[in-house]
Design a protein around this ligand. Structure first.
Ligand code: ADP
Length: 415
């Protein structure tokens, strides 16, 4: 654009300021100029829009009046159309003002532009390739600890949960991930261990009465004179009842491992629930005594729980039964209390009590304290009760003194 303007400026200067230069001479000068541009055309107008000079031989007959007006208004106009660059400007001569319009096909300019475009495209792709290579390198470096972790995880199976991930510097996110993963492995290991010991304890508990049953039947069959059948049958029935109780308990324990959303939940009145648990236990064992005390009957709403009635009754029966079973007077005291949020059921007895060391272990499946060995039981009643109560968003507290008695406090939120 600058070169076109310079050529036009020379022409208009010559025409305006050099007397000796006429139109024909100027045409010759323009055509032979060293810096003539391809298809260059220079037109010079006076301020009355009359064409004074045109560097080409056949100038167009129609004058672009719009362009001339624009130049007059803006002093200088530049534009490009169809690869032709045009520049128009006002030249103030000594006596007169002129309008010069020059246009040309700026071949070298376009070639330069084309060249520049190519250079930029090539540079762009080279830069892109460098960025990709560097990006890949750094991402590989950044992800290498994760790749390590994946390799380590691949080595961990259910049978070797003891293997742990490398916890690195214990600070960055990947280390945190490894630490959390290791903690999860520990929990899984505990869960597997509990499951293993549960299965072995359960099979042991089932085997003992079955061995007793087999032994008693064999002795009875050896007895040729067929005497004492009643005594044998009574013992067998007793053992079968125990077995039945154990298998029911195991079944209920499996149920209590479910999520509360998977159970049938309904509104249950706690006084009726405790009453029915008490009645059921008394039906099973007529020698038990269960005294029920309700402080004060509160509002109906406070009496209502959202619960799986059957499971919660099982939990209450287990705790009430323990109270009677482990005390000489076979008596359990049941108290019902209420506060703003909860129903509090306390079941206490004056029985053999629980050793301090055993207090936190009696909720483990099949755990029985030493002083309870002479009493029938399998050690799953409290495990089951605790699970059921926690399933109902409640809690369970136990206080006990050996040879003085035990008190179990169950707290469950009411409506
Ligand atoms: P089980 O009574 O069948 O042994 P539980 O799970 O109900 O099983 O109880 C676990 C253990 O807790 C019992 O073996 C006993 O040692 C102890 N225990 C629970 N309740 C009482 C209680 N009221 N008095 C004394 N010991 C108790």
């Amino acid at each position: 654009m600058a070169r076109i303007k310079a050529n036009a400026l020379t022409s208009v200067k010559l025409l305006s300021d050099v007397k000796e230069v006429n139109i024909d001479l100027l045409k010759i000068i323009d055509k032979n100029a060293v810096n003539l541009l391809p298809e260059e055309k220079i037109s010079i107008y006076n301020f009355e829009d009359q064409l004074l000079y045109c560097s080409v031989d056949n100038p167009p007959e129609i004058t672009n009046k719009d362009l001339l007006h624009r130049i007059k208004a803006e002093k200088e106009v530049q534009y490009t159309s169809n690869d032709r660059e045009t520049v128009g400007f006002i030249y103030e001569g000594k006596n007169e003002k002129f309008i010069a319009i020059a246009s040309a096909y700026d071949k070298t300019g376009f070639e330069k532009l084309d060249y520049l475009r190519k250079v930029y495209v090539i540079r762009f792709f080279i830069a892109l390739a460098i960025v990709v290579v560097i990006g890949l390198f750094f991402s590989k470096q950044a992800l290498s600890p994760l790749t390590d972790i994946v390799k380590q995880i691949d080595r961990i199976t259910a049978s070797n949960l003891k293997l742990k991930l490398n916890e690195g510097n214990q600070k960055d996110e990947i280390s945190q991930l490894a630490i959390k993963f290791n903690k999860m492995l520990e929990r899984l290991e505990d869960a597997f261990e509990m499951q293993r010991s549960f299965v072995s304890n359960a099979s042991h508990e089932l085997r003992t009465p079955l061995t007793t049953l087999t032994g008693q039947l064999e002795v009875a069959l050896m007895n040729k004179d067929k005497s004492e059948p009643w005594e044998v049958l009574k013992n067998l029935l007793d053992e079968i009842k125990q077995l039945n109780k154990l298998s029911n308990g195991l079944l209920e324990l499996a149920q209590a491992n479910l999520d509360i959303s998977e159970l049938k939940i309904a509104e249950v009145r706690v006084d009726e629930l405790v009453g029915s648990a008490r009645a059921e236990l008394l039906k099973r064992n007529r020698s038990y005594k269960l005294n029920l005390n309700i402080d004060e009957f509160p509002d109906e709403k406070w009496l209502t729980l959202l619960a799986n009635e059957q499971l919660l009754r099982t939990a209450l029966i287990n705790i009430m039964e323990n109270g009677c079973k482990y005390s000489e007077n076979t008596t359990s005291e049941i108290t019902l209390k209420f506060d703003l949020q909860n129903v509090i059921i306390t079941i206490s007895d004056k029985g053999i009590g629980i050793n301090k060391d055993d207090l936190h272990r009696i909720f483990e499946p099949f755990y029985r304290s030493k002083n309870a060995k002479n009493y029938k039981g399998h050690g799953i009643g409290l495990t089951l009760a605790k699970k059921i109560i926690y399933l109902h968003k409640g809690s369970l507290k136990i206080q006990s003194v050996v040879n003085q008695g035990t008190s179990v406090e169950i707290t469950i939120p009411h409506l």
